[in-house]
Design a protein around this ligand. Structure first.
Ligand code: DX5
Ligand code: ZN
Length: 214
């Protein structure tokens, strides 16, 4: 069963409670994009916003760290009630140690890769984390165009996971919409992140239900 994770980066920050309630009612996870202006050329939001969302969230919080030295903040995100925490493979010197740290804080762990990093570089971590985040745009901004190569990347990763008999979900993030959701699910995606497709629509609940019909 595919899971839908609306990216709160595209939510209406003047009426955040309304968007949190919509996700509670219609989706599976809250996707929280944390950008530091160093790992990516953009700054998103920090703990005051994360904590506000957490206070009303009835679905698990999935935080996607686009920050350098993610290890520095792992414990702090656990304290905010994050259930799933991912970081970028090339944001740290020792990804394995970060996975251990995330697990030690009681969260599910994921590793993210931008479109220019071969998914084969994730293979050594299969069996050591609960999910992999395959970016279908370059991390940093919502509203970018989906990169078509993503299907092949997901297939490659999925077949390696299946070949090893491992339990590891694939999350896809960037430019996801009702147009590509079925093909992504077919390629092997388990979690679809969608920001603008959901929140820039006049009927977010309807978009989520069409994302589900894959
Ligand atoms: C991009 C973020 C995404 C983004 C998705 O760096 O990781 O989660 O918010 O937004 P859309 O769906 O608009 O591409
Ligand atoms: Zn994201």
């Amino acid at each position: 069963m595919i899971q839908i994770a609306p990216s709160m980066l595209s939510a209406d920050f003047l009426h955040l409670e309304k968007d949190v309630e919509m996700v509670n009612a219609c989706a599976d996870l809250f996707h929280l994009d944390i950008m530091d202006g160093v790992f990516v050329p953009n700054i998103s939001y920090g703990f005051p916003v994360v904590d506000a969302i957490a206070s009303k969230a009835e679905k698990p919080l999935d935080a996607h760290l686009m920050i350098v030295r993610p290890e520095t903040y792992v414990k702090r995100f656990a304290e905010s009630g994050i259930s799933m925490l991912s970081f970028h493979l090339n944001a740290t010197e020792d990804p394995g140690a970060v996975l251990d740290l995330i697990h030690g804080c009681g969260m599910k762990a994921g590793i993210a890769v931008n479109p220019d990093i071969p998914v084969e570089r994730l293979f050594p971590y299969i069996g050591r984390c609960e999910y992999m985040l395959v970016m279908s745009v370059f991390a940093g901004f919502g509203g970018q165009k989906f990169i078509e190569d993503t299907y092949g990347r997901i297939r490659t990763l999925k077949s390696e996971i299946a070949g090893r008999g491992a339990d590891c979900l694939i999350e896809v993030d960037g430019g996801v919409s009702a147009k590509n959701a079925s093909a992504l699910a077919e390629a092997g995606a388990d979690i679809l992140v969608a920001g603008s497709a959901v929140f820039k629509s006049s009927d977010p609940a309807d978009v989520i239900s069409s994302l589900r019909k894959v």
